[in-house]
Design a binder for this molecule. Structure first.
Ligand SMILES: Cc1cc2nc3c(=O)[nH]c(=O)nc-3n(C[C@H](O)[C@H](O)[C@H](O)COP(=O)(O)O)c2cc1C
Length: 197
């Protein structure tokens, strides 16, 4: 086995990482946003298909475009976040398989024949990439606030009008504060959710 991460790294990424509702008044540089992508990009996807597409909503103008599509309980959380990422997937991800999977460009055919298969592949892998995204952000010292409470069709129409990309979830990024942060919810015991056969 390789040398594991130390306890602080595990705390930062998992044990002490929370889903935040309110944010300190601290900007995130564009460089840091680039670093998130530069780190999370190494997480695995099937046939390296890399369906995730990210829109970092940072300016007041861009936030105003997002606002009408947010669930009521998420409006303040989004509008006060330094940055909110829209994590979406490319429904035509398979067109880039030859580029991203050069040792087997024919893998494109695995996906294009079957609408269900390529939806499932895009959704599964972009969801995984959303998790890599949050882990990378946390590893860089940022806090996250993931949300699925928004009108997907509304966000798709506003940000992806040609229909090729579809939103999966959105994620506030910043330095979280304890305001409106409820007690950490319990997590299941190993025996409840896992077994070793
Ligand atoms: C995909 C996803 C969607 C979520 N949607 C919302 C949401 O719309 N609004 C909200 O306030 N919290 C939302 N949450 C936050 C969860 O309730 C939170 O992550 C969970 O309770 C664990 O909290 P903790 O990370 O602080 O332990 C979402 C989380 C995830 C991962």
């Amino acid at each position: 086995m390789k040398q594991p991460l130390d306890g602080r790294a595990k705390d930062l990424i998992f044990r002490e990482a929370r889903s935040y509702n309110r944010w300190a008044d601290e900007d995130i540089s564009d460089q840091t946003l680039k670093e998130i992508i530069d780190l999370m990009k190494w997480g695995p996807t099937s046939a390296n298909c890399w369906p995730l597409r990210v829109v970092f909503v940072k300016s007041d103008e861009a936030k105003a475009r997002l606002k009408p599509h947010l669930g009521e309980g998420n409006v303040v959380k989004v509008m006060t976040a330094p940055v909110v990422a829209i994590l979406a997937y490319d429904t035509k991800f398979f067109d880039r398989v030859p580029e991203f999977f050069p040792h087997n460009p024919g893998a494109r055919e695995w996906f294009i024949d079957d609408e269900n298969n390529h939806f499932e592949t895009a959704f599964r892998n972009s969801s995984l990439q959303g998790a890599y995204f949050m882990i990378a952000a946390r590893a860089l010292g940022l806090d996250c606030g993931p949300m699925s409470g928004f009108n997907q069709d509304g966000v798709n129409g506003e940000f992806f009008p040609d229909g090729q990309y579809r939103s999966n979830f959105i994620c506030g990024l910043g330095v979280g504060t304890n305001e409106l942060l409820f007690e950490r919810s319990p997590r299941p015991a190993f025996e409840t959710v896992a077994e070793i056969l």
